[in-house]
Design a protein around this ligand. Structure first.
Ligand code: BTN
Length: 230
């Protein structure tokens, strides 16, 4: 993919701006006035952090798998800078248990907008979950360049070899497999053991009655974690 980068000082949300650009475009901004997080939450977007949205094509029923592709690309980028992150299902990027980066996938007709926010120099305080930043040890411009390379690499692998190549890499970074977790679904909350990632990206949850449930969407909490967004 030959990316075409458009840089702005201020936008409301790079994801929102990206919708009007063609596939292969990348929108970056120094700040966002209305950064979007998952579940309709706000992504606080002070200057000094990375805000980037890439416009991709969609992949039919496989589109949700891009969550893992992008998470792996971000994790691999950070590891090039010596920052070893963990991935929490499906695509939270954690460093020492705190949230370092957020990924938001939004579909608009035939486009998939992939939004990435990385806390380079600051993170909001008072969030209902721990957040961390990189203490300025990585330059935003270098980070942008490497992310685009890694996105390209992992999207190509996904297109060529399917999800399995991503699946194995994601599991190398995964946090929580084998642990007791709580999964909040739209209409219920389940507790169980996170047994594995399925080859179709579902979280395999072993329930207390030893039955197994494949979870395809939900929010995961580890034991002792305060409930995010509650
Ligand atoms: C999350 O809640 O974990 C996802 C946060 C995603 C934030 C990024 S910052 C760049 C892009 N533009 C947005 O408005 N959101 C994403």
């Amino acid at each position: 993919m030959k990316w075409k980068k458009f840089a702005f000082e201020v936008v409301d949300s790079t994801n929102k701006v990206a919708v009007d650009y063609s596939i292969g475009s990348v929108i970056v901004a120094e700040t966002q006035t209305n950064g979007r997080g998952r579940y309709g939450h706000t992504w606080v977007s002070d200057k000094g952090n990375l805000y980037l949205s890439a416009v991709l094509k969609t992949y039919g029923t496989q589109t949700p798998l891009l969550a893992f592709v992008i998470a792996v690309a971000v994790a691999e980028t950070l590891s090039e800078f010596g920052v070893v992150v963990q991935l929490k299902w499906p695509n939270d990027v954690l460093l020492d248990g705190g949230k370092l980066a957020g990924i938001l996938l939004e579909q608009s007709d035939e486009k998939l907008i992939v939004g990435i926010g990385i806390n380079c120099v600051s993170c909001p305080v008072g969030l209902p979950y721990p957040a961390v930043h990189l203490n300025g040890k990585v330059s935003i411009v270098e980070l942008q360049t490497l992310i685009l390379q890694q996105l390209d690499k992992w999207i190509c692998l996904f297109e060529k070899n399917g999800f399995l190549s991503i699946y194995h890499k994601w599991k190398e970074y995964a946090i929580g497999i084998g642990k007791n977790i709580v999964v909040r679904l739209p209409n219920e909350t389940l507790t169980g053991i996170f047994r594995d990632l399925s080859e179709s990206g579902a979280l395999i949850l072993e329930l207390p009655d030893n039955t197994v449930k494949y979870v395809t969407a939900g929010v995961v909490f580890f034991e002792n974690e305060r409930n995010e967004y509650e």
